[in-house]
Design a protein around this ligand. Structure first.
Ligand SMILES: CCCCCCCC/C=C\CCCCCCCCCCC/C=C/C(=O)SCCNC(=O)CCNC(=O)[C@H](O)C(C)(C)COP(=O)(O)OP(=O)(O)OC[C@H]1O[C@@H](n2cnc3c(N)ncnc32)[C@H](O)[C@@H]1OP(=O)(O)O
Ligand SMILES: Cc1cc2nc3c(=O)[nH]c(=O)nc-3n(C[C@H](O)[C@H](O)[C@H](O)COP(=O)(O)OP(=O)(O)OC[C@H]3O[C@@H](n4cnc5c(N)ncnc54)[C@H](O)[C@@H]3O)c2cc1C
Length: 670
């Protein structure tokens, strides 16, 4: 008989804030909550979107199942006439990685960002109706981070008015593009443009790779899948691919020509649009990955928090002297709280910074339409830095959540192993996280050097303009409660960041060769970039608190989470804060005292804070994290579904177990 008891009801009754209002804050608006909730329920109730145990499927079955779901997604979108907003929620809740992620997430944005209006008019209707399926073919076997080092060539032939796309070496083979291996019919291919015997750097080209009639590769094209990836399920439903060109010809007008073009005569012509716009699809996706990080982390934290409230270990004050009675909920252990609650706070922090980053990106797009490119460097630095910071923290946080669930967290049915395996490559794709932080530090060093010429930093670097104050200011905290001041916290973060940045800038001047200096100091530069990105996250959390926040207790809880996020970072990066004298050892110890009180404030609200994510059991896909907390029957039931339990005596018994046992028996008799 099905258990309908809510095992977490008592926990829910302890909440000191309005959960429904918090749901609105998490979703971004009442409208967003209503739409997402409606689509989540639609997905959860449709058997076509049922989640099989992906971990036990063979690669081929996994891939076939992802194809089937992607086709069903497309069918339902069309049948239901879903809007763009509803469609993205649908994909989100279906939660199955397939070629369509790269088609919509990169191929279409690359065309929108780098193609001329005429080219967009031709290609976007085809892509938007999926008459063609595209991928983003930039990375090669030999080069991923170093985009300028790509080896694929696109040589203009003025006789036929065509480009010849060629893979001159093994290392020039395109390697990794999602959806390329088995599905994509087209690709935006990044290649070195050559015309009139001269090289003009990397540009994008729209290339058809498979026949639209029989799906065979077109002449001159070699294409396939690059093989199994990390973990069970996870990215293995995606056909990341390899692609080689043997002098494949495409019409000249399939070069994406918004930024620069090649004329009929073969002349390379640059526009006044910055060349970096061809990297625009990456900026777009990095911004979306920050939102992914908050989702992935909140999902793991939701599972770990609910399970921690259900799981009991060891005695409690209510026990009798024999240790019998109610055991302690593991969420009540202070060590569990000090590991779990900062992750909960980070999930909220990343949600808010992601929301702000989306605004910053939208603002950039509006400015670009008016040929205003002024904010591009800052948007590049923010998207690169925040993508790096949030994905690294989320990946670590998912793994910590697994450990917080003890042994059961290691079971596939906990949902955590696959969540980790699916999310961890976000630290690499769309730019290796260290490489991206080096981009941020390059931008920051430039900002600092421009101070001397009187240029006033703006936006996220505005605090750098207060360098004199921040270099010499001291933190005023004298007792633990003094840390409950957002201005004090923000100033400590700004002081630490600027002191690290200025130290890097000063050290760089000691090198005659700036490039050598940059390389020599790169570990310090990365640390300074992280400190700067943390200033952004903390300040955007604080800005969120200044908005009109409705609902009993909601603002107070968010403030508590903001303090936990910040003070825990101080605790984690204590070396930086102390070595830059941004705080004293005594203040560091007061921050730890304050953190303990903050954890106590979160404790009664923990379950309600994860309920506010509004995740369905279908989306969570975890026997440990289900809403009702009915963990043990679900774990037990799930175990019996494993293919190994289909027979009582396993396949292979007669060949490989019985002979061993027999041997043991004979040895014993001798
Ligand atoms: C689903 C299964 C169930 C499991 C559960 C899962 C649930 C989990 C929940 C959520 C998870 C959701 C997961 C979703 C998954 C989605 C699928 C994702 C698909 C992934 C697709 C990936 C695609 C890719 O990776 S595409 C390839 C990306 N490649 C890179 O990023 C390369 C990185 N390298 C570079 O960007 C550059 O080469 C460089 C910037 C590092 C260096 O370039 P270079 O030109 O040499 O640079 P430099 O000289 O330093 O710079 C020149 C100036 O240009 C400026 N600049 C550089 N880049 C940019 C830019 N992008 N925009 C603007 N400006 C830029 C730079 O600052 C310099 O400026 P300056 O003024 O001269 O200083
Ligand atoms: C799941 C997945 C999906 C992907 N999808 C796509 C796709 O759809 N399309 C596509 O084109 N690509 C895709 N990629 C490729 C991805 O973009 C690259 O792997 C990524 O940009 C990193 O490049 P790399 O592999 O060359 O790493 P490398 O640059 O070789 O990095 C190796 C190591 O070197 C370090 N390093 C490199 N350069 C520097 C430096 N200058 N200073 C200091 N350290 C450095 C890095 O930090 C790292 O530790 C995907 C990758 C993955 C894992």
């Amino acid at each position: 008989m099905e258990d309908t008891v809510d095992h977490l009801a008592h926990e829910r009754s302890k909440a000191q804030f309005n959960v429904e209002e918090m749901k609105i804050i998490w979703a971004g608006s009442l409208h967003a909550l209503q739409v997402s909730d409606r689509i989540a329920k639609l997905v959860a109730s449709d058997p076509g979107f049922g989640k099989e145990n992906r971990a036990v499927l063979s690669r081929k079955d996994l891939f076939k199942s992802a194809l089937k779901k992607a086709a069903y997604v497309w069918k339902r979108i069309n049948e239901l006439g879903l809007s763009e907003e509803e469609t993205s929620w649908l994909r989100f809740y279906v939660d199955e990685l397939a070629y369509d992620y790269v088609h919509w997430g990169m191929f279409v944005p690359a065309i929108k960002g780098s193609a001329t209006e005429e080219q967009q008019n031709k290609w976007l209707p085809l892509a938007n109706t999926m008459q063609i399926i595209g991928t983003y073919a930039q990375t090669e076997l030999g080069h991923g981070s170093n985009v300028r080092g790509l080896e694929t060539t696109a040589t203009f032939d003025p006789v036929t008015d065509e480009f010849i796309i060629h893979s001159p070496t093994l290392t020039s083979s395109k390697w990794w593009p999602g959806g390329l291996g088995k599905v994509a019919t087209h690709a935006v291919v990044y290649a070195q443009l050559i015309t009139d015997g001269k090289e003009y750097g990397v540009n994008g080209f729209l290339v058809q790779i498979r026949s639209l009639d029989d799906h065979f590769p077109l002449p001159g094209i070699t294409v396939g899948d690059i093989g199994m990836k990390f973990g069970s399920g996870a990215f293995n439903s995606m056909d990341n691919g390899v692609l080689r060109f043997d002098r494949v010809r495409i019409p000249r007008n399939q070069m994406l020509m918004r930024v620069s073009k090649v004329t009929r005569e073969g002349k390379y012509v640059e526009s006044n649009i910055p060349k970096q716009i061809i990297y625009g699809a990456m900026v777009y996706v990095r911004q979306t990955i920050v939102a992914d990080a908050s989702i992935a982390l909140s999902r793991a934290v939701c599972i770990a928090t609910r399970y921690s409230a259900v799981r009991r270990q060891f005695g409690s004050p209510q026990n009798d002297q024999n240790g019998n009675g109610i055991e302690t909920q593991v969420i009540d252990y202070k060590t569990q709280q000090s590991r779990l609650f900062p992750l909960l706070a980070s999930a909220y922090a990343f949600r808010f910074v992601g929301e702000w980053l989306k605004w910053l990106y939208t603002d950039l797009i509006q400015k670009l339409e008016g040929n205003d490119f002024s904010t591009l460097p800052e948007v590049h630095a923010c998207t690169a830095g925040l993508k790096s910071l949030t994905t690294s923290a989320a990946a670590d946080g998912i793994e910590e959540s697994r450990k917080l669930c003890g042994g059961h967290g290691y079971l596939s049915s906990s949902g955590l192993p696959e969540l980790y395996a699916t999310f961890v490559p976000a630290c690499t794709y769309e730019g290796d996280n260290v490489v991206l932080l080096l981009q941020v530090s390059r931008f920051l060093m430039k900002t600092i050097s421009q101070l001397q010429s009187g240029k006033k930093p703006t936006g996220t670097t505005a605090y750098i303009g207060h360098v004199e104050h921040l270099i010499q200011c001291g933190c005023n905290v004298k007792k633990a409660e003094d840390w409950l001041n957002l201005c004090v916290i923000l100033e400590a973060f700004e002081a630490r960041a600027i002191r690290l940045l200025v130290a890097c800038a000063e050290n760089l001047t000691k090198f005659a060769n700036p490039l050598q200096g940059f390389s020599e100091l790169s570990p310090d530069l990365v640390e300074a970039a992280v400190a700067h990105c943390q200033v952004i996250v903390v300040s955007k959390f604080i800005e969120k608190l200044q908005q009109n926040i409705q609902g009993i207790g909601v603002k107070q809880l968010l403030e508590t989470l903001c303090y936990i996020y910040s003070l825990n970072l101080i605790h984690k990066h204590l070396g930086d804060f102390l070595s830059t004298r941004s705080i004293t050892p005594k203040q560091a110890s007061l921050a730890s005292d304050q953190l303990r009180s903050l954890y106590a404030k979160v404790r009664p609200n923990a379950i309600a804070l994860v309920d506010a994510f509004n995740y369905t059991d279908h989306f969570l896909g975890s026997v440990l994290g289900s809403y009702d907390g009915n963990v043990y029957p679900k774990l037990y039931e799930e175990a019996w579904k494993d293919p190994l339990n289909e027979s009582v005596v396993p396949d292979g018994y007669h060949e490989n177990i019985r002979p061993v046992l027999k041997q043991q028996l004979q040895n014993a008799r001798l």
